[in-house]
Write a protein that binds this ligand. Structure first.
Ligand code: SF4
Length: 245
């Protein structure tokens, strides 16, 4: 039997990887320049874990489609009502939904939280997600996104914030700023955006990039009235100039 022919390299890379490859060729240094510009505004954030992984996962589920304040209120109510995670997992969906109602969409979020806790317990024997650090980043993301109601943003938040694993959570700010600068295609899907960011930046700068883009999206790069005149990225931003380098 003749040896199998290798597929050309171009046929093996994903559309997101192909986009990043072209971007780096056509607009060399654009990501680095954007991050340098953002650093002049916001400094260089340094990663440190902010809460235990299961709490982060539950909080992130609670924060879907609502404000951080509402999510925190719902999380506080949940911790006050149940003595431990086993009690949350065992709680009837309707009871749990009533407890977390201040977070909105409680009827959807309650089963998601229970499913996440069950999957974690069945995998680790406890409510402990540290086994994810032994996995490749994308395998860990896949494990989390196999849980109903957990998408790439939620999975990436847990991996980046709890374990420092270089996955980019693409929220509304990251998406808007990235598209305006032209780091992502204007019509990129969220899945495409999550995949592209894996190759857009050095893994060691993923946290810095995430935090800086969020701050920029909440500050200068406002959804309705971006303050381009005072933005250090304007020379390389395609929202300002369609053919910006
Ligand atoms: S130049 Fe304007 S649109 Fe571009 S990143 Fe800065 S604030 Fe946003």
């Amino acid at each position: 039997m003749p040896p199998a022919r290798k597929r050309p390299v171009s046929a093996r890379i994903s559309p997101a990887q192909a986009w990043v490859k072209q971007l780096k060729k056509r607009r060399p240094g654009v990501v680095e320049d954007a991050l340098s510009g953002l650093a002049t505004l916001y400094g260089t954030p340094v990663w440190k874990p902010r809460m235990d992984p299961i709490s982060e996962l539950v909080t992130t589920i609670l924060s879907q489609n609502t404000s951080d304040t509402n999510a925190e209120r719902a999380f506080t109510a949940l911790r006050a009502r149940y003595p431990d995670w086993a009690a949350v997992e065992a709680a009837p969906v309707r009871s749990l939904a009533a407890v977390i109602k201040s977070g909105g969409l409680a009827a959807q979020k309650a089963p998601r939280i229970k499913a996440a806790l069950r999957a974690t317990r069945e995998r680790s024997g406890a409510y402990d997600l540290s086994f994810l650090t032994a996995m490749e980043p994308l395998a860990a993301r896949d494990w989390l996104t196999a849980i109903p109601g957990i998408g790439p943003k939620t999975a990436s938040i847990v991996m980046l914030f709890c374990f420092g694993v270089p996955l980019m959570p693409v929220d509304t700010h990251v998406e808007r700023v990235s598209k305006r600068i032209g780091l992502l295609p204007p019509k990129a899907s969220l899945q495409f955006a999550h995949d592209a960011w894996l190759d857009l930046v050095e893994p060691s700068r993923m946290y810095e990039a995430h935090v800086a883009l969020i701050r920029h999206g909440r500050g200068h790069c406002d959804a309705l009235r971006p303050d381009c005149g005072r933005c250090p990225i304007r020379a390389r931003c395609r929202y300002v100039e369609k053919r910006a380098p």
